[in-house]
Structures are given as structure tokens and as C-alpha cells.
Design a protein around this ligand. Structure first.
Ligand code: ADP
Ligand code: ZN
Length: 717
């Protein structure tokens, strides 16, 4: 039994270090792991990126038997299993994507006790066949991921999840852990009740995402250019998501970004399933891809290194905003949540909500949510404090990592201007839109004004102290704050609400964000969120990323499964020179050290001393080329230069790609053989991923050779 073994906390820490390569547990992780290892149940509420997976993965490895993980996201299982295998964990999954034969093989492995972890789709788990099978094997624990799927009120409801309470009845001695990133109290109560987790200890983390920098600014009809400047300034070569409201806008923005030389792909329900799959795949597997999407994109995307999420439209609630921005920075590195919004957004959302066919009660809730969202946009104080307050948490100090903290917006006393704007609505009969109202305030040429006799009213021409943009800004804030309501018919006509009265009467002062030109320029001067993009080390950074991409291509996995960005950055900071030094770096477990340690040491070695701006990054490749052209063979060059043959091949492949060498100079194969290999490349998208090609050729040609052949095809990306 447990008692005769070393304390479980020691074993858990040992696994954390040797398998996952991490030094320490984060916040509650250690307690949760210990609690599970002792055989108890747990309910875990932790934000995205908080580190939920380790909470069940480590106890599964420490306890006897297999950990069974229930997850509704079939598309993610493969990725999770791949990532675990990279760490040397024996993991597999059972879901409908497997053939009967494949499934049987996995079940046999399970029965032989060969699996540490098995991911199972809920409908599969509930088959009496599967349950019977589980009764015959040793189970370490049940983990119920995305546990909020039991909630009938949530939008992710899965009927099969309700049946999961069976686990408690049939396997009373097996500890269970339910996990979710959905924080609200009603959902939590539902999870406890439906999964019979009354006895489970609850572990509730803060929902703060401190590495995400929130910034929101006004759109003056130049959103597209601002987006481009934002990406170029702060995220060149980074992966990110851009959210738009409509499919048409998605296509437009994606095409335009592409034209500007960025690697942007559209994603929305109007594309074929094939195109969607391909775009998502490229987002995961290539570096620096930007997905432009409707909100349909994101659920079940587990990419840890999304560096920014940009909104070109306003989400309809803070819940949605939190969830969508939360897709940035799961790896804990600095990331940006960037949004522009304008008068039209406010009007559109108000109209949608007013015009909705839903019942009064529902509409009231929706209105409340939209108010909160709009209020958040117009905020002049710390955004993180407000966001967390909305979710029932208190952050004592302003965060220092949102736009309002970094460059506090100026406010001005808008009371008089607001009175003019509001009475203009009143005097014109509460049915005109913003443009008309501004024309009246500024006494502009407009035939309709004469026609309606509005050149005779008291607000005609009394607004010349502000310009049109400033009035638009003011109207937007008045609508956002609920002092003005938008007509239901959809013409954009405005009317006064109860909230407008105290302001019109002069009972309250109205302090508003200073109108915006200044804030737009300030934005550019802000310190950057990404730490490395324009530091001298950037070349080493690029070289490490390149090597990572090569290894990922060979393995057929996304680059982040080889090493996370954070790990590469530690390589740069600590410059390990030996495998044992490298093993100290966070994210380097035993298996990865074995499999990839040498390859990265090689890059580090190659760039040793080359980290200032003057060093020429192509020096090294040039030197290789010079030696090669002087007649040295590849092994000799490797020895001479103190690098591995793989690196030499890499340099030669570059030279081939740039037309400095012929393929035949490097690779001695007859034309017929080459023809055959090229045919295989053609069948596999020109070699985007090398592993399928390597496999198709039955391992006869090394990755080095294949890379050279690909370089000659001119197909490399
Ligand atoms: P969640 O499922 O809660 O969104 P994950 O389990 O995917 O989060 O973890 C988020 C990221 O944090 C992963 O990249 C993971 O490797 C990393 N991580 C988790 N725990 C630790 C830890 N103790 N030390 C360092 N990194 C960690
Ligand atoms: Zn702040």
C-alpha cells in the first residue's frame, strides 16, 4: 500500500521534474496532485493556461494503474497524446476517429497494463462494453475535463456528461477529479450535483491572467491600418487570432493582411470543412500564422503560444471577451489582448439586443451583460481590476499591465457638452441618428434640417466647440453608458433614457475619457509585450525556432510540442553548454533531453559569441559553404567546425535553396530515384511535413537528404 513508499509529494515532484522538466508546481497544483494521490476527489476551477492537465497527469503516473481522462474535445485528444508521448509518457486515446482494429489494439494495451493515461470520449466511455473492460483493469483515477459540459445552461452542454455520475457508483474507490475554466457559481453547483462530487474538495484559483495585457481603443474608421501597425510593431512573426463579426469581414481582412505580406488565413463557417481543417492545421503546425476568424474559431484550440488576440468588433459580453482573449498566452509568456471599437459597434449591439425576439427576462440579462461590456470599454481605471470584479474577485492594486494603467487616459468634464448632445436629441423629437444630430449641433448644410425646421431650435449650432469626431465620441460614450437608447427599427434613431435626466438637470457631473487623438499616438510608444523580437539575440532566437520547426516537421507534430517558446528563451538566457546544464532548464524532461538536447546544443554552440547586432547570421552558413566548395566532405566539415552533420546539411540545403549549389553537388542519387522521391513530395503537399515522406520512403533517405531535395524543389516555406 501507499504507506510503505516514499512520501507521495516527493514522488510527484520527481515526476514533475524528470518527465515534464519543471522545477516547481504552480499555486494549487501541488495540493491538488497530493490530494488525488491520496485517493480523494477534487473539483478544480482554474483559468485557461493555469495548468490543469498536470493535476491529473502526475497522479496518474504516480498511482498504480491507468488514468482515464474523459474529454469532449475529440480533436484535441490526438494533440494531448502526442504531447505526452514527447515526454515519454505512455498515452493513448479511444474515440470515434479510430478504426475498430485500432481501438481493439488500444484496449489490449490497456488490459496489459501498458498505459499511463487513456483519453476517452464520453459516449465511448458510457458503452457497457467499455465500462466492463474498465472493471477488469487497474484504474489510477478518473479525470473529467471540461466539466462545465454537464451544465444544461451553458453553451457547451453535452448530454453524455450527465451520465458520468455512473463512474462514482460503479467505481466507488477510484478517485475522481473534475476540471473546468468556467468560473461562475451556478455552473459550479451544477457540476457538483450532477457528478455527485459533494464530498470533493474544491480548489479555486484566481482567474486573473497576469501575462495578458488588455488594451481597448476607439475606432475612427481606420481599424484595419491600426491592426496592421499593431501586428508589425508588436508581433512580427508571432501567431495570433483576429476576431471579426461577419464572414465577409473575415475574408476581407485576411486577404488584406496577406497582401501586406503577413501569413494570414481566414476561418469561418462559410468555408469548406476541408479548408477550415487545413487552416487550423497550419495555425497549429507552422510558426507565426495569423487566423482571421469569426468567434466560431477557438474552442478546442490548445495552442500555447498564441501571442495576441485582436478584436475588430466588440464581443457581446465580458464573459465572451474573457474567453476569447484568454486564448492568448496559455504558456504564461507576455501576450496582448487588443481591441478597437467604435460608435457603430455600440449601435449595432444595442440594436441587436433591443430587437431580439427573446423573452423579457432573457433580454434583461442580455442588456445587463452588454452594459457591463460597454462600461468596460469606456473605463478610465484599471481594466483587470474591473474584469476580475465582474467575476467576483478582488484585485487590490491596479495591475500595471493594461492600457489604462500604462498610460492613464485623461478625463474631462463633459457635463455641458453632454447636456447639449442630449437636449439636441430631445428637441429634434427623439428619432434621429448621430450624424443628423451632429449636423444640427454644428449648424451644417443639410436640406433635411431646414425641411424639419430644426434650424429654428435652440440647439442649432450650439456645438462648435467640438468637431464632428469629438461629438461622435461623446455620443458613443452616452450610448455605451445607457443615457441614450437606440431605436428598435434599426435606423439608428436615438432616444433619452431615465439615466439621462440627472445629467440634463445638472444634478450629476459627467467625467468622460478624453477624446481620442492623443490615445492613438500614445499607443505606438508603449513598451512592447514581446520580449525578444527586436533584441540582438533575435538571430539565435530565429535559429532555435528554425531547428524546432525542422524537428517538428520530422515528427509530424506542432513546433511547441518539441519545446515551448519559454524553454527556447531560457536557452538564450542561460546558454547551456552541456546536456546536464540543459536538463536544468524548465520544460526539458528526460525524454526530450535525450531526443532533442544535442540538436539544440548544436545551434547554441554555433551561435556562441554571435549575439551582438554586428555578427552576421549567415557567416556560419557561408563558412560551411566555403569548406564544402573547397572539397571537404560533410563529416570533415562537421568536425572542423565543431557542429553536427545535421547542421552542415542544413547550411547546404540553404545554399541549394538560394541557388548557390546544385542538388547534385550534395546528394548523389540517380535521376530515376530522384524522380521517384519528387513524386512522393508531390503527393504530400511538396513536403510541408517531412515525416510522411520519410515514412512513405520507408526511412531509406535521411531527413537531411530529404531537406536538401525539398530545397531544390523551391517549395520550402
Ligand atoms: P490548462 O489546461 O489549464 O489551460 P495546461 O495544462 O495546458 O493549462 O497548461 C498550460 C501551460 O502551462 C502548459 O504549456 C504547461 O506545460 C505549462 N505548465 C503547467 N504547469 C506548469 C508548471 N508547474 N511549471 C511550468 N509550466 C507549467
Ligand atoms: Zn491595469
Amino acid at each position: 500500500m501507499m504507506n510503505s513508499m516514499p512520501p507521495s509529494s516527493d514522488r510527484a515532484r520527481e515526476v514533475l521534474h524528470s518527465v515534464f522538466g519543471y522545477d516547481a508546481f504552480r499555486h494549487t497544483q501541488g495540493d491538488i496532485v497530493e490530494h488525488l494521490i491520496q485517493g480523494n476527489d477534487a473539483l478544480v476551477l482554474m483559468p485557461t493556461g493555469g495548468g490543469k492537465s498536470l493535476c491529473y497527469q502526475i497522479p496518474s503516473l504516480v498511482r498504480d494503474g491507468t488514468g482515464i481522462v474523459v474529454s469532449p474535445l475529440i480533436a484535441l485528444m490526438q494533440d494531448q497524446v502526442d504531447a505526452l508521448r514527447q515526454n515519454g509518457v505512455k498515452a493513448a486515446f479511444l474515440n470515434s476517429s479510430l478504426s475498430a482494429e485500432e481501438a481493439r489494439a488500444i484496449e489490449a494495451q490497456l488490459q496489459r497494463g501498458e498505459l499511463d493515461l487513456l483519453y476517452v470520449a464520453p459516449e465511448r466511455l458510457m458503452l457497457s462494453r467499455t465500462l466492463d473492460l474498465l472493471e477488469r483493469v487497474h484504474i489510477a483515477l478518473f479525470a473529467i475535463d471540461e466539466a462545465h459540459c454537464v451544465s444544461q445552461w451553458g453553451h457547451d452542454f453535452r448530454p453524455e456528461y450527465i451520465q458520468l455520475s455512473i463512474l462514482h457508483e460503479r467505481f466507488p474507490d477510484v478517485p475522481r477529479i473534475a476540471l473546468t475554466a468556467t468560473a461562475d457559481a451556478p455552473t459550479r453547483r451544477e457540476i457538483i450535483q450532477r457528478l455527485a462530487l459533494e464530498e470533493a474538495r474544491q480548489f479555486v484559483s484566481s482567474f486573473d491572467r497576469p501575462n495578458i495585457r488588455y488594451a481597448i481603443s476607439e475606432n475612427h474608421g481606420n481599424a484595419r491600418d491600426r491592426l496592421l501597425r499593431f501586428i508589425r510593431d508588436e508581433h512580427p512573426n508571432d501567431a495570433g487570432i483576429v476576431y471579426c463579426l461577419s464572414r465577409k469581414r473575415v475574408d476581407e481582412i485576411a486577404a488584406w493582411l496577406t497582401k501586406q505580406g503577413l501569413n494570414a488565413l481566414p476561418y469561418h463557417a462559410g468555408l469548406t470543412a476541408e479548408a477550415r481543417r487545413e487552416h487550423q492545421e497550419r495555425f497549429l503546425r507552422e510558426e507565426g500564422v495569423i487566423i482571421v476568424a469569426t468567434i466560431a474559431f477557438g474552442m478546442g484550440i490548445d495552442k500555447p503560444d498564441v501571442r495576441f488576440v485582436a478584436h475588430l468588433n466588440l464581443p457581446k459580453s465580458l464573459e465572451a471577451y474573457y474567453q476569447e482573449t484568454g486564448r492568448a498566452g496559455r504558456d504564461g509568456l507576455p501576450s496582448n489582448a487588443w481591441m478597437v471599437y467604435g460608435l457603430q459597434d455600440v449601435i449595432t449591439l444595442r440594436q441587436m439586443q433591443e430587437g431580439s425576439e427573446a423573452g423579457e427576462e432573457f433580454k434583461r440579462v442580455e442588456r445587463h451583460k452588454l452594459d457591463a461590456m460597454l462600461g468596460f470599454c469606456e473605463l478610465t481605471s484599471c481594466r483587470r481590476q474591473a474584469l476580475l470584479r465582474y467575476f467576483g474577485e478582488t484585485l487590490e492594486q491596479p495591475c500595471g499591465n493594461c492600457d489604462n494603467c500604462l498610460s492613464p487616459p485623461e478625463t474631462w468634464d463633459a457635463t455641458v457638452a453632454a447636456q447639449k448632445a442630449l437636449s439636441c436629441v430631445h428637441r429634434t423629437g427623439q428619432r434621429f441618428g448621430v450624424n443628423y444630430l451632429i449636423d444640427v449641433l454644428l449648424a451644417r448644410e443639410n436640406a433635411r434640417i431646414q425641411q424639419f425646421g430644426h434650424d429654428q431650435i435652440s440647439t442649432y449650432g450650439i456645438g462648435t466647440e467640438l468637431n464632428q469626431a469629438q461629438w461622435r465620441d461623446l455620443y458613443r460614450q452616452l450610448i455605451a453608458r445607457g443615457l441614450l437608447a437606440v431605436d428598435v427599427e434599426g435606423h439608428g434613431g436615438l432616444r433619452l433614457t431615465e439615466e439621462a435626466r440627472p445629467v440634463l438637470r445638472g444634478d450629476t457631473k459627467l467625467m468622460l475619457r478624453k477624446l481620442s487623438r492623443a490615445s492613438a499616438t500614445r499607443q505606438g510608444k508603449r513598451e512592447k509585450a514581446s520580449r525578444y523580437t527586436d533584441r540582438p539575440e533575435s538571430r539565435l532566437w530565429e535559429a532555435l525556432r528554425k531547428r524546432r520547426q525542422e524537428l517538428a516537421d520530422e515528427q509530424g507534430v506542432p513546433p511547441y510540442m518539441i519545446f515551448h517558446d519559454a524553454t527556447l528563451m531560457e536557452f538564450i538566457e542561460n546558454r547551456p553548454e552541456t546536456l546536464s546544464q540543459m536538463s536544468q532548464i524548465s520544460g526539458v524532461g528526460d525524454r526530450k533531453l535525450d531526443a532533442y538536447g544535442e540538436a539544440f546544443l548544436d545551434v547554441l554552440h554555433e551561435y556562441a559569441g554571435l549575439d551582438n547586432e554586428d555578427a552576421n547570421p549567415v557567416d556560419s552558413a557561408d563558412e560551411t559553404l566555403r569548406l564544402f566548395q573547397s572539397g571537404m566532405d560533410i563529416d570533415a566539415i562537421a568536425t572542423e567546425r565543431g557542429v553536427k552533420a545535421t547542421t552542415v546539411y542544413g547550411h547546404l540545403a540553404e545554399a541549394i535553396e538560394h541557388g548557390l549549389l546544385q542538388l547534385s553537388d550534395v546528394v548523389k542519387l540517380d535521376e530515376k530515384t530522384l524522380e521517384g522521391i519528387r513524386f512522393v513530395f508531390d503527393q504530400h503537399e511538396g513536403g510541408k511535413r517531412l515525416k510522411p515522406i520519410y515514412d512513405a520512403l520507408e526511412g531509406k533517405y535521411s531527413y537531411e537528404i530529404l531537406r536538401c531535395i525539398r530545397a531544390a524543389l523551391g517549395e520550402t516555406r
